[in-house]
Design a protein around this ligand. Structure first.
Ligand code: KE4
Length: 436
C-alpha cells in the first residue's frame, strides 16, 4: 500500500529479507532476485494473477518480469491451474514414461519444424549443458563458441563472459569454474561476424558448436543483423560445427515458431525452457535426428534426470503451448499490446529528452539508458547510464511497476496486460524519466 509520500512501503518484505538471509545465501535462490545491484529490498511476492503480482505488504504491481519469461499467458491462468491440479490428483511423478511426454514432444515439433527429436529436462541450464555435451559427442570435438553478454545458464562452460546475473554482478568468470573447462570456451562478439570467422579460421575443425541467443535477452534485447545470424549459420555448415539456438527465453515468446521461425534461420539443435513449463521447472533440447540419436539410451552420450518430463510440468507446459498454438490471433494481439507500450515509452523519452533506446521483438523489450542511436552490441549495452537505470527502476517499483532489476535483462508483456495497465506503465515511466 502507498505511504503518505506516495511510495510503496515494503516493511514486511524488509523483515522477510533479513530473516531469509540467515538461512539462504543472499536470502534468495537465484542472485538476480536479490536487488543487490540496485541496493534495495526485493519485494517478497505473495501471489500473482493475470498481469499483476502482489507482495506480502499488500502492494500490487503491474508485472513485466513474468517470472523471467514463462508467464506469457499472465499468472495463474485458469486452464493452466486446472491442468496442474488435475495432474497432481493422479500423482506428482512416476519416473516412468507417460503419454503426456509424447504429446508434449509432438506439440513442440509441430510448432518448431527443425525439431525431429526432443528431450525434456528440468531447467534451461540443464538444456544448454546437455546440448553442448551432445554436440561434443556428435562431432568428437571440444571447443564451443559463445558470445560475450549471452547467458546460457550457470554451467561451467558458459560462465565465461556470460550475461544476465553474471554480468549484473560483474562476475563474468565465476570462481570455481575449472580452468580447463574455461579454455574450451571461446568468446566472440554478438552482431560481429568477423569475430566468428576469425575463431573458425584459427580453430576450424576443433569447434564442436556455436551457441547463441538468436535474439538476446540477457544483455537486454538485441536483434541480430541478417548478415550476422545467417553468417553464423553458414560458418557452422562450412566447418561442420553444430549450431545451437538457445531459445530458453525466445522460445514461443517472440513468435509461434520461436526466434528461428521469425528469423528464417534453422539451427541444428535448439534449447527451450521458461514458457514450455508454464511456470513449472522445465527445460528441453532437441533438433536433428542424426544428432539427437547420439543420446542415451540410443547412442553413447549420457544425459538423465529424475524429474525430467514429470506429469505436473508437462501438464502446465502442454496446456500453455496448446493455448499459444490454438488461440486465433494470439501473437497479433500480444504484438499490439507490446507496440502500444513501446510507443508510449518512446514518447516519454522524447518528451523528457532523456537519452534512451528501446529494443523490442514481439513481447520482449528493453529500455536502454543509452546515448547511442542504436544498441546492437555488448559494447553498446556496457556504455549505458546505469545510474539512470537504477533511479528509473526504483521510481517504477515505488509506483507499482515491477521491472527486472538490471539493465542487462528483458521485460515481458503478457496477453493479460490490459491497455489500462500499459497506459499506467507509460505514465509511471514518464514520471520516472522526468525525475532523472
Ligand atoms: P535456467 O537454468 O535459469 O532455467 O535457464 C538458464 C537460461 C538459459 N538460456 C537463456 C537464454 C536464459 O535466459 C536463461 C535464464 N534466464 C535468466 C534471466 N535472464 C533466469 C533468471 C535467473 O537467473 O534467476
Amino acid at each position: 500500500m502507498m505511504n503518505n509520500k506516495g511510495n510503496t512501503t515494503r516493511e514486511a518484505s524488509s523483515f522477510a529479507f533479513a530473516e531469509a538471509q540467515k538461512h539462504i545465501p543472499g536470502g534468495v535462490n537465484s542472485p538476480v532476485r536479490s536487488y543487490k545491484n540496485v541496493d534495495a529490498t526485493p519485494p517478497f511476492i505473495a501471489s500473482a494473477s493475470g498481469s499483476k503480482v502482489t507482495d506480502i505488504d499488500g502492494n500490487e504491481y503491474i508485472d513485466y518480469v513474468a517470472t523471467w519469461g514463462p508467464a506469457i499467458l499472465g499468472h495463474a491462468h485458469p486452464e493452466v491451474v486446472k491442468a496442474i491440479s488435475d495432474a497432481a490428483a493422479n500423482g506428482a511423478s512416476f519416473g516412468a514414461p507417460t503419454l503426456i511426454e509424447t504429446e508434449m514432444a509432438q506439440q513442440i515439433k509441430k510448432m518448431v519444424p527443425s525439431i525431429d527429436l526432443v528431450r525434456m529436462v528440468n531447467s534451461g541450464t540443464e538444456a544448454t549443458m546437455s546440448a553442448l555435451r551432445l554436440a561434443r559427442g556428435y562431432t568428437d570435438r571440444e571447443l564451443v563458441i559463445k558470445f560475450e553478454g549471452c547467458y546460457h545458464g550457470h554451467h561451467d562452460s558458459f560462465l565465461i563472459k556470460a550475461g544476465s546475473g553474471a554480468l549484473t554482478f560483474g562476475t563474468p568468470d565465476s570462481p570455481g569454474v575449472v580452468k580447463g573447462i574455461g579454455q574450451s570456451t571461446l568468446n566472440a562478439q554478438y552482431n560481429d561476424i568477423e569475430t566468428v570467422k576469425q575463431l573458425f579460421e584459427k580453430y576450424s575443425d576443433n569447434i564442436a558448436a556455436v551457441i547463441l541467443e538468436p535474439i538476446t535477452g540477457n544483455m537486454g534485447v538485441i536483434k541480430p543483423s541478417k548478415e550476422f545470424i545467417q553468417g553464423v549459420r553458414n560458418l557452422c555448415t562450412q566447418y561442420g560445427a553444430v549450431l545451437i539456438f538457445d531459445e530458453v527465453m525466445t522460445g514461443f515468446r517472440v513468435s509461434k515458431g520461436s526466434a528461428q521461425g521469425l528469423l528464417g534461420v534453422t539451427p541444428d539443435l535448439t534449447t527451450f525452457g521458461k514458457i514450455i513449463g508454464g511456470g513449472l521447472p522445465v527445460g528441453a533440447f532437441g533438433g536433428k535426428k542424426e544428432i539427437m540419436e547420439k543420446l542415451a539410451p540410443v547412442g553413447p552420450v549420457y544425459q538423465a534426470g529424475t524429474l525430467s518430463g514429470n506429469p505436473l510440468a508437462m501438464a502446465a507446459g502442454l496446456t500453455t503451448l496448446r493455448i499459444l498454438d490454438e488461440t486465433e490471433g494470439f501473437y497479433e494481439k500480444i504484438e499490439e499490446k507490446s507496440a502500444r507500450l513501446e510507443k508510449g515509452l518512446q514518447d516519454a523519452l522524447n518528451e523528457t529528452g532523456i537519452p534512451g533506446v528501446i529494443n523490442r521483438v514481439g513481447s520482449m523489450f528493453t529500455l536502454f539508458f543509452s546515448n547511442d542511436e542504436a544498441v546492437s552490441s555488448f559494447a553498446d549495452v556496457s556504455n549505458c547510464n546505469m545510474a539512470h537505470f537504477n533511479k528509473y527502476f526504483m521510481s517504477a517499483l515505488n509506483n507499482g511497476i515491477y521491472l527486472a532489476p538490471s539493465q542487462y535483462e528483458a521485460g515481458f508483456v503478457s496477453i493479460a496486460h490490459s491497455n489500462e495497465d500499459i497506459d499506467q506503465t507509460i505514465d509511471v515511466a514518464r514520471k520516472g524519466l522526468k525525475a532523472l
